[in-house]
Design a protein around this ligand. Sequence first.
Ligand SMILES: [Zn+2]
Length: 494
Amino acid sequence: MVEAPVRENDGLALRPYQVEAVRALRAAFAAGKRAPVYQLPTGGGKTVVFAHIAREGAKRGTRVLILVHRRELLLQGSRALREVGLDHGLIAPTLPPSDAQVRIASVQTLVRRLDHVSPPDLVVIDEAHHAVAGSWRRVLEQWPRARVLGVTATPARLDGKGLGVHVDGPFDHLVLGPSVRALTEAGFLAPADVYAPPMKADLSGVGTRLGDFDRREMRLRMDKPVISGDAVDHYLRLTPGRPAIAFCTSVEHAEHVAEAFTDADVPAASIDGGMSDVERDGVLEDLARGEIQVLTSCEIVSEGFDLPAVEVAILLRPTQSLTLYLQQVGRVLRPAPGKASATVLDHVGNVKRHGLPDADRSWDLDGAMRRSAGEAPVCRCPECFACHPPARMCPVCGHVYGGEGREGLRVDPDAQLERVSRAPRDLWTPVRERMRQAHIEQGRCRTFEELVDLGIRRGYGNPRAWARNVWRARHRSRRLGPSVPEAAADEVSA
Ligand SMILES: [Zn+2]
């Protein structure tokens, strides 16, 4: 993979794999396909790809309609198009109908105005794994001659079924982008450290509805103080002070988890779909500035919202959907200045269920990803709870697996071998080593002020709050030593 972006004469910088995507999608249309879908991991920059195609098409007179699946994502989508320099009009309830060459709309708004919107030649569907519900069908049937371009990180429905026309989906061709691992190796995504502390949630006997855990039952099992408290403890132990998103099962659950963090003096807030754009943007800005450390949410941030500064994903929503799992962990993989790695804290067994975020996955339009259900080749260290590819020794804490380690490897032996050969240890070692060094560096700080200095050197948004959390976690776990120095605590709250 060539590293330097290719800057085209229109000013839109395309990375080499994005150039390749544009070429492959054009070739698909030229070969008579009506509706190709492009797969690229979250954070890989799919907006740049379809914006480029939209602009080039618009120059030749093609009318392009870009669709997002939720009203809340319209402004975010429009902003992303502006950032890549694509002129466009908006179709929104409060605006007069736009007749711009390139338009963006949410499906909800569009279905109510179908007869008033001039027909497009190309319909671009962002987050295309949603494109099977009834309203999408109406939109695509309204303009049977329009070409369709889907983009998604996970070309499968949330229930695991495929997106292909032969399984009643909208797409007739799949173009695959580079894998999570290839993007990580090239520095386009942040490497993820994964921890799965022992589960406090009891999911035994929870039924399945529409291909995922029964929502109501899952809420009852997950929304408990002991589980929220556990999430707080592990956040303070493993990733104190780092900006985090917690994925919850309901709006109330998200609020309760935010309260649990706040009670432990970790600034936290929840967001939900009922908030206005201004309210929601305010919370997201607080998170970006470090005034909030933990953001909790039911669904609103699982996709569409671009928050590169967030480093930690706290999984509190069990899911049987590989698509939902990858959308959630994908939120934290985008690189950002000062971000050495991302961390996934899995409290619900999703990593065990679906594999590590950068596991090799083979996508197709049939929905064959269902075969990945069940035990994935992941080893979980009984000492530090790190999840890693099968190995004799934990790459984080050095724990050597004896008899008990075999239990963590309850997988098909062939799959293990394949997995090990695809994930040589040397890919992991630099990340683990960096983490280990970071822990050692932190441990060397004897005083509160030394911790603050370290937080400043590491470029944390709120080094004092971070230091205070490390200090508290340290003395909580040892059950001895001084509490946070009074003066320091005052400064933090001032
Ligand atoms: Zn370990």
